[in-house]
Design a protein around this ligand. Sequence first.
Ligand SMILES: C[S@@+](CC[C@H](N)C(=O)[O-])C[C@H]1O[C@@H](n2cnc3c(N)ncnc32)[C@H](O)[C@@H]1O
Length: 258
Amino acid sequence: MSSPEPRWRLELGDCLSLLSGVEPGSVGLAYLDPPFNTGKTRRGRGEHAATVYADSFGGGTDYREFLRPRLAEIRRTLAEDGAILAHVDWRSSHHVRLLLDEVFGVERFINHIVWSYGLGGSSPRSFARKHDDILYYSKGSHYYFQPPMVPATSQRLAGRLKKSTDVLQIPALNNMALERTGYPTQKPLALLSLLIEACAAPGATVLDPFCGSGTTLVAAVASGREAIGFDVSSAALSTARKRLHAVVPANHLALGRA
Ligand SMILES: C[S@@+](CC[C@H](N)C(=O)[O-])C[C@H]1O[C@@H](n2cnc3c(N)ncnc32)[C@H](O)[C@@H]1O
């Protein structure tokens, strides 16, 4: 009997050292949602009430020094037709865009995607901040892209689908969302599913070096991709493992790894 196909793998530790164990050229898509350098301590809810991670790197220079070697390692793991999606916000997007230009090359920039999430408060002193940024770069000049189809908003196309623009209108997880694990800064599966189906070929390996509760990995295996996730937090990996087992109960690669 042939052994089951590997589907996902989780490893605990700093992604900088763990990335060196990923075979060069083996990854189709890397998605990273690193700490945003908010200066805050991120705290979870429910079973994650005691889960915290520091989201603070001092000034922009320290943040760039943290990310630069990790982005270079991610690039090494990518296939020639692979790509990276870096999820950032208003505090970090300008730093990360320049770093990606440096590591991947200005000519490899594909999109500045806006995730417009709706939830949150308003401010009397500024326009309310209601979006994150996702910076999309390829490693080489050829890369996989399958335009996502979304409901048309114009009267003329009412009820039909159209190719998505670079503005993704997907609600953030509210307190009642069934997929909510309580892990701080968990992203919605709808967002990751759309990105992965658009930017990773079926069967490709998707890598998330800051995987948190495992949203990227769950979206990847549920859509027929393979997944590798790293995190420094054991609480993050235990949540990710639980979610992944619910999607792929018998997993070959997970045994003895996480
Ligand atoms: C913004 S959260 C990721 C949330 C995730 N996208 C989700 O949907 O749950 C960032 C994660 O990076 C992890 N982290 C911080 N520094 C790290 C490092 N050097 N290597 C690996 N993971 C790290 C934190 O523990 C945290 O889980």
